[in-house]
Design a protein around this ligand. Structure first.
Ligand SMILES: O=C(CO)[C@H](O)[C@H](O)COP(=O)(O)O
Length: 227
């Protein structure tokens, strides 16, 4: 199948990320189409890793098809590197993630990682987060309560229909939230009873951004030390 322009830019960023991977490590692996390109490129490169900690059943299946051992996150304290995509990333490397619904496991593996390399195409880089609807993983019995609280915060939550997370929960995609302070909103949303995870990644930001653009891959490092 022919790749779209956006796919081609995702693939460029994914291929560039292979150079960031030290040989013989346990590697954290994200979820999504950009990460799929990355897994394929890693295998094609012939670079050897000891194994992967995966953020979704989908990525686990792809890794195992290639014969890459997948470890449970409980088997390791840390991983040296986590590679994942994003739905949006701002100039300070805070992100919205969870478009694929894997945000909870992504946040866990990202938090285990000493270094987070984000791979995406140039459309994902935004001045301010929030055009992409913010995903929240919610325990089903809390859906109504959480939705009400989200409306009070100015958002419009919509249940992702026909979708159940790998953890057996629901996803609310929240439209219209103003995200002036990603750190504060991440904390506030975590505080709502029944919210498992929200898709703001500000407490654990990316360290390196590989951005696929029409002019090639831009590599950027996060300037300031944030959490
Ligand atoms: O957070 C994610 C999945 O939960 C993905 O990283 C995000 O949705 C980007 O996906 P893609 O690489 O397919 O554009």
């Amino acid at each position: 199948m022919a790749l779209t322009h956006a796919d081609e830019l995702k693939r460029l960023a994914a291929v560039a990320a292979v150079a960031e991977v030290p040989e013989d490590i346990f590697l954290g692996i994200g979820t999504g189409s950009t990460v799929n390109f990355f897994i394929d490129a890693l295998v094609q490169s012939g670079k050897r890793i000891r194994g992967a900690v995966s953020s979704s059943e989908a990525s686990t299946e792809r890794l195992r098809r290639y014969g890459i051992p997948v470890l449970d996150a409980t088997e390791l304290d840390t991983v040296p590197l986590y590679v994942d995509g994003a739905d949006e990333i701002d100039p300070d490397f805070a992100m919205i993630k969870g478009g694929g619904g894997a945000l909870t496991r992504e946040k866990i593996v990202a938090a285990m990682a000493e270094r987070f390399v984000c791979i995406c195409d140039e459309r994902k880089l935004v001045e301010r987060l929030g055009r992409f609807p913010l995903p929240l993983e919610v325990i089903p019995m809390a859906e109504r309560l959480v939705s009400r609280r989200l409306r009070e915060l100015g958002g419009e939550p919509r249940r992702r229909l026909g979708f159940v997370t790998d953890n057996g929960n629901a996803i609310l995609d929240v439209h219209g939230l103003v995200i002036d302070d990603p750190d504060a909103l991440e904390t506030a949303l975590n505080d709502l009873p029944g919210v498992v995870t929200n898709g703001i990644f500000a407490h654990r930001r990316a360290d390196v951004l590989l951005l696929g653009t029409g002019e090639g891959v831009q590599r950027r490092e996060r300037a300031v030390t944030k959490r």
